[in-house]
Ligand binder design. Structure first.
Ligand code: COA
Ligand code: AMP
Length: 634
């Protein structure tokens, strides 16, 4: 057999014999009632997986391993260089702590279908909180700690939670991020008022409590009767995870229980090549989809040991932090974003710190979250001497769209490519008219419907937005929003977004949302935000401001205002640090701002003047305005 034959046979079967393939994979998890079918395709373009099936995702992640005699196996290793703490939980300990927490939140009236916001940093209680909701059939929505209060407001008002689970603070190198004042402010502004907040007080930054609303985790939770797992439909929602759209209103990506459990279980063995009981590490955050799927649900559903790391790749304490964690806990694989490796490479280009650690158990590095640039991938390959697998993901899809399925068979690694489609994905590249383009040509990357299990069935309370945003442009296909090409071997390269989403240090952000903030400044007549290339973060946002006539304030002050406003309204994670004031913006004759051309100018790339441009002279003006800020140098 040739290399790739195993994968190709499996992938072909997943499309031709969808029922057989996925029902077979579904047998690997525990069901209270087995599904009648794999796919419910009665109401296209809405598809549901495993109709009739009843299960509980928390049972699959915790109880069933204890029931199978693996209660003493490690479920979670918490390693926190920012607090100098390490804690280990066996499956039994983690199950018991989760059941107790579920008992506590049930005592607050939370049950099946109720929403719960989780606003917590990278601590074990965050994972417990997610699983406790799953245990009760409640729907959690985790909010990343680097967002501002306003982001919390839009999520609270959209999903109307009964309860908020929060920690008093997060810890960033050099500063404590006080979560509680942000939460208080958000609850003040939100139209929906959850009845209670259960607050985990951290000694690094204890919070002031609001009488009657806030409850102290440390006194409220202990001793509560353990809650049992509640059976839910496979198609019931497990969580909502908000992600950047084209406007300030984030999209509530819905994840179901059944399809997700089955897909994650399949992926741990076949994509990541992990065996139950092995130590797996995803260096991401529970606030992102990667954290949901591969810090919490995937490894635990599979019975592996998951490392939950509260720290950074550099600075906690140095660029050897990742090697220390891998060696100390004997991790066999690491999953992180390329930006983390660029940060390590910048500080320790020769990898000297690696030599201090024994990585003999380490087998594979997985990268995702942004384009894996070939120099970083090749550097990591040379340094670690193991396969470096770039794979392509989205919040919407819940797990990989394309990857190299090392547990099935390692296919050749082509730096710059995300390898081949996951089972159930029929990936195609189309031109603007919806026609397939030849191999090697760039176009819109789409997936033929239905998408595989684990992907999002819809957006929370927004079926129409789901249809409009993802399914309308190419009928019969899911529009990924990414552009790229498929080569003659069927390998998919993802090059760029086609919308105004940018990727800053592996964090997905909306330039449209930043523009809304800039436009609200009283001196700003017009604005644009683009993503410009950055050696460390991949992309960073850059603003352009056209001021109202008669504004006499110094430009530096106005720029400082908008930088502060983005930090306050979206959050530090937006990493909006610079804007330039320009006389006018380049536009087409119909008034569309030429953001793509502006980006090329800023990045000193060759560009062609669009035929539809209103006045080509503006492009030269933009270039001149950018030079003092260090852009458009060539
Ligand atoms: N809570 C509060 N603030 C946060 C935060 C959190 N959880 N995460 C980041 N921030 C803040 C940072 O402190 C920083 O603030 P500053 O401007 O005041 O310094 C800002 O948001 C930008 O953060 P980031 O872009 O992450 O930069 P950084 O310098 O802190 O770290 C990296 C750079 C490369 C180490 C870091 O971005 C990283 O590890 N990225 C990996 C991303 C990832 O895991 N993505 C998930 C997909 S796999
Ligand atoms: P998120 O929803 O935050 O996971 O971000 C998803 C987006 O990140 C995708 O639509 C891509 O634009 C980008 N992305 C994720 N993984 C990759 C990858 N391996 N290569 C290129 N782009 C990627």
């Amino acid at each position: 057999m040739a290399v790739g034959d195993i994968y190709r046979a499996l992938h072909a079967r997943s499309l031709k014999d969808r029922e057989g393939f996925w029902l077979e994979q579904a047998a690997a998890i525990d069901w209270y009632r087995r599904p009648d079918r794999a796919l419910d395709d009665n109401a296209p373009p809405f598809y549901r997986w495993f109709p009739g099936g009843e299960l509980n995702t928390c049972h699959n992640a915790l109880d069933r391993h204890v029931d199978a005699g693996h209660g003493d196996r490690l479920a979670l290793i918490y390693d926190s260089p920012v607090t100098g703490t390490k804690r280990r939980y066996t499956y039994r300990e983690f199950r018991d702590a989760t059941a107790e927490l579920a008992g506590a939140i049930a005592a607050l009236g939370v049950g099946k279908g109720d929403r719960v916001i989780i606003y917590m940093p990278m601590i074990p209680e965050a994972a417990m909180a997610m699983l406790a909701c799953a245990r009760l059939g409640a729907v959690h929505s985790v909010v990343f700690g680097g967002f501002a209060a306003k982001e919390l407001v839009s999520r609270i008002d959209d999903c109307a939670p009964k309860l908020v689970l929060a920690a008093s603070c997060g810890i960033e190198p050099g500063r404590i991020v006080e979560y509680k004042p942000l939460l208080d402010q958000a609850l003040e502004l939100a139209k929906h008022k959850p009845a209670h907040c259960l607050i985990l007080q951290r000694p690094q930054g204890p919070a002031t409590m609001v009488d009657g609303r806030d409850l102290d985790w440390a006194t409220f939770v202990p001793g509560k009767p353990h809650a049992a797992c509640v059976p839910v439909q496979a198609t019931d929602p497990l969580y909502i995870l908000y992600t950047s759209g084209t406007t300030g209103q984030p999209k509530g990506v819905v994840r179901d229980n059944g399809g997700y459990c089955v897909a994650l279980h399949w992926s741990m063995k076949n994509l990541y090549g992990i065996a139950p009981g092995e130590v797996w590490w995803t260096a991401s955050d529970v606030g992102w989809v990667v954290g949901h799927s591969y810090i919490v649900y995937g490894p635990l559903i599979y019975g592996a040991t998951s490392i939950l790391y509260e720290g950074k790749p550099v600075g906690t304490p140095d660029a050897g932090a990742f090697w220390r964690v891998i060696a100390e806990h004997k991790a066999v694989a690491l999953f992180t974003a390329p930006t983390a490796f660029r940060a390590i490479k910048k500080e320790d280009p020769e990898g000297k710190l690696l030599k201090q650690h024994d990585l003999s158990n380490f087998r594979t590095l997985f990268l995702a979250g942004e384009r894996g640039d070939p120099p970083t991938i090749e550097w990591a390959q040379r340094l670690l001497g193991v396969p470096v697998i770039d794979h392509w993901w989205q919040t919407e899809t819940g797990w990989v769209i394309c990857g190299n399925f090392v547990g099935l068979e390692l296919m050749p690694v082509k730096p710059g490519s995300t390898s081949v489609p996951a089972p159930g994905w029929d990936i195609q590249v189309l031109d603007a008219a919806g026609r397939p383009v030849p191999a090697g040509e760039i176009g819109a990357i789409v997936g033929k419907l239905p998408m595989p299990p684990g992907t999002f069935p819809t957006l929370w309370n927004a079926d129409d937005r789901f249809r409009q945003a993802y399914l309308a442009e190419f009928p019969g296909y899911y529009k990924t929003g990414d552009a790229g090409f498929i080569d003659a071997d069927g390998y998919v390269s993802v090059m760029t977004r086609v919308d105004d989403v940018i990727n800053v240090a592996g964090h997905r952000l909306s330039t449209g949302q930043m523009e809304e903030v800039l436009a609200s400044h009283d001196a700003v007549a017009e604005c644009a935000v683009i993503g410009v290339a950055d050696d460390l973060k991949g992309q960073v946002p850059l603003g352009f401001l056209v001021l109202k006539a008669g504004v006499e304030r110094p430009h530096g002050e106005i720029v400082a205002d908008v930088v502060r406003m983005v930090r306050e309204r979206i959050g530090p994670v937006a990493f909006f640090k610079t804007a330039v004031v320009v006389g006018r913006l380049p536009k087409t004759r119909s008034g569309k701002i030429l953001r793509g051309t502006m980006q090329k100018i800023a990045d000193s790339q060759a560009y062609t003047t669009p035929a539809t441009i209103d006045d080509p002279v503006v492009l030269g003006e933009i270039g001149e305005a950018l030079k003092p800020a260090g852009y458009a140098r060539k």
